[in-house]
Design a protein. Structure first.
Length: 143
């Protein structure tokens, strides 16, 4: 098992799956471990202070499905794969904070951009844009 990890952001969208496929290709070349991350933003105020990991079985039904689908896709490729569900307040902040923590050994990030367009990005922000600017590791954005 490699000490370096490629973090792939999973939200269940079509582009998230495209991002996972690209991360698999990259992991095959580098022999790194893939780390699938799902950020659940429906938790209370305590998450603003502490970014807790949630056991997979305690994640939401949607989070468990996203992880199950990702595991099914990755298991065909003979790559080490781990999954983490994070409880937080905004996906971009959670994912960038997790990636920037040196204990997590993230050396590359792959994220699918949903391309919601300017009007929605203006009001809701863009997770992939936020990660691109805030994460210390190189970021690959897949459309």
């Amino acid at each position: 098992m490699s000490l370096k990890k490629i973090m792939v952001c999973l939200d269940g969208s079509k582009n998230s799956i495209k991002g996972l496929r690209e991360a698999i290709k990259l992991a095959k070349q580098t022999e790194d471990t893939l780390l699938g991350i799902n950020s659940v933003t429906k938790f209370g105020v305590f998450t603003a202070i502490h970014l807790p990991k949630i056991p997979e079985k305690k994640g939401s039904k949607e989070a468990r499905k996203v992880i199950k689908d990702a595991k099914t896709l990755v298991e065909k490729s003979d790559i080490d794969f781990e999954c983490v569900v994070l409880a937080g307040h905004t996906s971009g902040y959670d994912l960038a904070t997790f990636a920037n923590n040196s204990a997590n050994r993230i050396h590359h990030i792959v994220i699918g951009a949903r391309g919601m367009g300017f009007p929605k990005e203006l009001f809701f922000g863009s997770t992939s844009n936020f990660i691109l600017h805030k994460a210390r590791a190189p970021v690959t954005i897949v459309k």
